[in-house]
Ligand binder design. Structure first.
Ligand SMILES: Nc1ncnc2c1ncn2[C@@H]1O[C@H](COP(=O)(O)OP(=O)(O)OP(=O)(O)O)[C@@H](O)[C@H]1O
Ligand SMILES: Nc1ncnc2c1ncn2[C@@H]1O[C@H](COP(=O)(O)OP(=O)(O)OP(=O)(O)O)[C@@H](O)[C@H]1O
Ligand SMILES: [Mg+2]
Ligand SMILES: [Mg+2]
Lengths: 253, 253
């Protein structure tokens, strides 16, 4: 029985894709079986592994809209114990079809993941920057939510909107949904802003804030260009160490 | 007759809101009348001016969904010549209503802005990180598109998707739509990554890349916390100088 964690935030550019990909890679490095699924049509997950979303024969689009068996959408990666399903929607029309299909059947994604959950220990869902039906379906399919918070800007207003939407999903569709934790990303430990944001978040969310935080490091900004997770090209970097420590924190809970 | 510029990118966190707000403020500082409109339901524009999207009586939601006169949604700011219309959608249901209304009448936003375009020289539209009906309606209402490209990651794939969607809009709804330019944001001039991205973008897009680029500076990350555009709290910062130079570049074209 896999643990399904949805990485969510309606705020753009906070590190959702970077976290889903590098956390999954770190979990696999610690010898648990991990799958990362690109729910976001922007193809962040496929870029992170150097696969072109449009050239892949099967992916999230076919799994949901054409209902192909989920196993056919799974791709292996260069990391043992790590597989990936990319989002291969090719244009705005296909994206609309995907959104409509999930609006019609809210449990579609949950059912499709249930087909393969016995093969994995962890399944990570990389969500788009919106509280739309792609994100809501992911919240319905998930056991828990991991919420990245950028270490440079923190809006209680936007976290409030996210938590209200999560409570609504839990009430109507998924009683056991809980918050895995809030993850501070792109933290600059030397500025006052970094310290202030971290204090504000801890005051607001208490022990739901992960002990591990992710530093801002150009090595993580470069990772998509290297087309692989950071642990594959710079295991000694502060980014790799942070995501490995996050994986341990989650796996030993 | 105002010039309407839509600030678009389906990639999250590239500096759309920061650019719409600070470019509008810089245009106003150069004594032209500017209006910035928060098309993105995430309320980035309202946060940037310290207004709580939900507590404002009229905004984009009422303007589009209830068809109130556009003049009623306009708010003044602390900067002479700069006004704002915030996005006051309060929850996912209202967001769905806004999206459905724009899907039904693609020209709705264009028509609503035409009610007030004689009062402004420039109108800037802050778009959400998606190629959905909010962004498409903005492309239909706009004279031109300003595309921020983060100086740390550049995907020709995702720019390609954006340009294809813009060409589609121009063909079907708005023949005169053109690219105002590509703006490099959050540039770190000292790393190889910064130099490489800037070269890649200039090679791909030629003279459509603005001469001005925006440096990564913590003062711009702090601006939303200060609840005002950067020129109001730190006119000498590199962020202010960059956005003033961008305003000049656009106004003297
Ligand atoms: N810790 C970090 N240090 C430096 N750069 C980072 C870090 N984490 C992410 N980045 C960079 O910041 C940008 C945004 O990250 P990412 O794409 O993971 O965010 P996202 O939340 O998935 O964005 P979107 O909302 O578009 O889906 C990317 O260019 C990425 O490489
Ligand atoms: N030049 C800059 N230097 C440092 N930080 C910046 C810069 N520009 C923007 N930021 C910060 O980066 C984050 C993302 O910027 P912004 O919100 O403007 O992006 P966006 O594209 O509008 O995001 P979204 O996709 O969520 O709408 C914000 O925290 C902002 O304060
Ligand atoms: Mg992403
Ligand atoms: Mg924005």
């Amino acid at each position: 029985m896999a643990k399904v964690i949805a990485v969510v935030s309606q705020k753009g550019g906070v590190g959702k894709t970077t976290t889903a990909v590098n956390l999954a890679a770190s979990i696999a490095a610690l010898e648990a079986r991990a799958l990362v699924v690109g729910i976001d049509p922007q193809c962040g997950v496929s870029t992170s592994f150097g696969k072109d979303g449009k050239s892949v024969s099967y992916g999230v689009y076919n799994m949901i809209y054409h209902d192909i068996p989920t196993t056919e959408a799974i791709l292996n990666t260069d990391i043992q114990f790590l597989d990936v399903i990319v989002n291969n929607t090719a244009n705005p029309e296909e994206e609309d079809q995907l959104v409509q299909a999930l609006r019609k059947d809210r449990f579609k994604l949950k059912d499709k993941l249930a087909e393969i959950d016995k093969f994995y220990d962890y399944i990570l869902l990389d969500c788009p920057p919106a509280l739309n039906s792609l994100t809501i379906s992911s919240m319905i399919a998930a056991n828990s939510l991991l919420v990245p918070v950028q270490g440079e800007f923190f809006s209680m207003d936007s976290l409030g909107k996210l938590l209200r939407a999560a409570r609504e999903v839990a009430k109507r569709y998924n009683q056991s949904l809980f918050i895995e934790g809030f993850l501070l990303t792109m933290v600059n430990y030397h500025t006052n802003l970094g310290k202030k944001i971290s204090e504000n978040l801890k005051r607001a969310m208490g022990d739901k804030v992960f002990t591990t935080s992710i530093p801002r490091t150009v090595r993580l900004a470069e990772a998509p260009l290297m087309k692989k997770p950071i642990i594959l090209f710079d295991i000694n970097s502060s980014g790799s160490k942070a995501y490995l420590s996050l994986a341990q924190e989650i796996m030993t809970k």
